[in-house]
Design a protein around this ligand. Structure first.
Ligand code: F6R
Length: 365
C-alpha cells in the first residue's frame, strides 16, 4: 500500500499535487467560476450572515486560521477561529446570523462534533470541510465541502491540510464573488494562481536534497522555533506541530514580532530557528528578526519566495518556494516544513507513521 515509499507520511506528502488538483478542479466550472454545487451560499444567505466561526482541532485548526484570513480579506466578513475544545465550553456569541464552519479530516473528532452541535443548537448554519465521506461531521452539517485528499493514513496530517487550505480559499472566493467584494479581475487572478499550485508543489517535491541534508543535523535540536509574520505565522504553527508530533522535539511557533517580548531569552548557540519570510510587505521586518536571533547564536533556516535572495545574507540556509501571490503562500510554504519534519524524524529513528501517544482520530475528550 505504501507503493514503494518508506512511510505513509512521505507517500501522502507526495500525493499533495493530486489532492490539491482534485479538490480544486471539482469545484471549478467551465467558465472557471467556483461552483459550490449543493452548498447554499447565495446572495440572500450571505446577506443574512454577519459573522463566521471556524472551529477545528490541531492541523485542521491551522487551516482555519488561513481560512479566516481569506474570508476576511476577500469576502469582508468578520471571522473568529477557535479550537473546538475551547469553543464548546465558552458560550460563544453564535446565533442564526452566524455561519459555522467545521474543518475535519476524519469527520469524527469528538470535540469538533460537539462544537458543531452546540453551534446548531444556537441557530447557526453549519458548513463543514471534511475529507471522509459520510462521516459524523459531514452527516450533521447543513452543507459539506469535501476535500479530495484521498485516505490519509499517517497520523501526521499533510495532504488533508493542503486540501483544506484550497477548500477555504474557494469558499472565501465564492463568498467574495457573490457579495461583490472582489473584482472579476482579482477573482480570476486568484483562481488562475490556485490552478498553478499542483505544479508548484511538485517543483518543491522534486528538489528535496537540501532539506534531507539539513535534517541530518547541524543544529542543536533540544528545541526548535518557528516564526513568521502575517500568514506565515499560521504556517509556522503547522510546521511546529508537525515536527513535535513525529520527532518529539520541543518545538514552538511564534509571531516574530513577539520575539523581544520573551521568547528570545531561549535562543542559544545552535538553536534551530525556522523563519518564514514569504510575505513581501513583511520581508524586511523578518530579515531584522532573523538578524536578532542569529546574533544570539541561532542556526536559521529561512523560507522565502524564489527571487527574494536578500535573505541569504542573514539566514544560514534558505529553502525557496516558487513565486506566487502572497495571499496563497501557505499552500506552498508548508511543504518544505512537512519534509523537514519527516526527514528529521527519520534521522532520529522515530516511528513516523505512528508516533507515540497519538491516535489518527480523536474520538474521546
Ligand atoms: C496533526 C493532526 C491532528 C489533527 C486533529 C484534527 O498532524 O493530524 O492535529 O489535525 O486531530 O483531526 P480531524 O481533522 O480528523 O478532525
Amino acid at each position: 500500500e505504501k507503493e514503494g515509499y518508506e512511510h505513509f507520511m512521505i507517500k501522502e506528502i507526495h500525493e499533495q499535487p493530486k489532492g490539491v488538483s482534485e479538490t480544486l478542479l471539482r469545484r471549478l466550472d467551465k467558465e472557471e467560476k467556483v461552483t459550490l454545487d449543493g452548498i447554499k451560499l447565495t446572495k440572500e444567505d450571505l446577506d443574512n450572515i454577519n459573522k463566521v466561526y471556524i472551529v477545528a482541532c490541531g492541523t485542521a485548526y491551522h487551516a482555519g486560521l488561513v481560512g479566516r484570513y481569506a474570508i476576511e480579506k476577500f469576502a469582508k466578513i468578520p471571522v473568529e477561529v477557535d479550537v473546538a475544545s475551547e469553543f464548546r465550553y465558552r458560550d460563544p456569541f453564535v446565533d442564526d446570523k452566524t455561519l459555522f464552519i467545521a474543518i475535519s479530516q476524519s469527520g469524527e473528532t469528538l470535540d469538533t462534533l460537539a462544537a458543531l452541535r452546540e453551534a446548531k443548537r444556537k441557530g447557526a448554519r453549519v458548513l463543514s470541510v471534511v475529507n471522509v465521506v459520510g462521516s459524523s461531521v459531514a452527516r450533521e452539517s447543513d452543507d459539506v465541502f469535501y476535500t479530495w485528499a484521498g485516505p490519509e493514513i499517517a497520523v501526521a496530517s499533510t495532504k488533508a491540510y493542503t486540501t483544506q487550505l484550497v477548500a477555504m480559499y474557494l469558499v472565501a472566493l465564492h463568498m467574495a464573488s457573490v457579495k461583490g467584494t472582489i473584482t472579476e479581475e482579482q477573482y480570476k487572478e486568484k483562481v488562475n494562481e490556485l490552478k498553478t499550485m499542483p505544479d508548484k508543489i511538485q517543483k518543491i517535491l522534486d528538489n528535496q536534497t537540501k532539506i534531507q541534508h539539513l535534517a541530518d543535523g547541524q543544529f542543536n535540536n533540544e528545541k526548535v522555533f518557528f516564526m513568521g509574520r502575517g500568514l506565515d505565522v499560521h504556517v509556522a504553527h503547522e510546521g511546529s506541530l508537525k515536527l513535535k508530533e513525529i520527532s518529539y522535539i520541543n518545538s514552538f511557533a511564534i509571531a516574530a514580532g513577539e520575539l523581544k517580548h520573551g521568547t528570545i531569552a531561549l535562543i542559544e548557540d545552535g538553536t534551530l530557528v525556522v523563519a518564514l519570510a514569504t510575505q513581501d510587505h513583511l520581508y524586511d521586518k523578518m530579515l531584522s528578526n532573523i538578524q536578532e536571533v542569529r546574533a544570539r547564536g541561532a542556526f536559521v533556516v529561512g523560507v522565502a519566495k524564489e527571487g527574494n535572495k536578500e535573505i541569504e545574507k542573514t539566514a544560514d540556509v534558505v529553502l525557496y518556494i516558487p513565486d506566487t501571490l502572497d495571499q496563497l503562500t501557505p499552500i506552498l510554504s508548508v511543504i518544505p516544513l512537512q519534509l523537514l519534519s519527516y526527514y528529521i524524524a527519520v534521522a532520529r529513528g522515530c516511528d513516523v507513521d505512528k508516533p507515540k501517544n497519538l491516535a489518527k482520530s480523536v474520538t474521546v475528550e
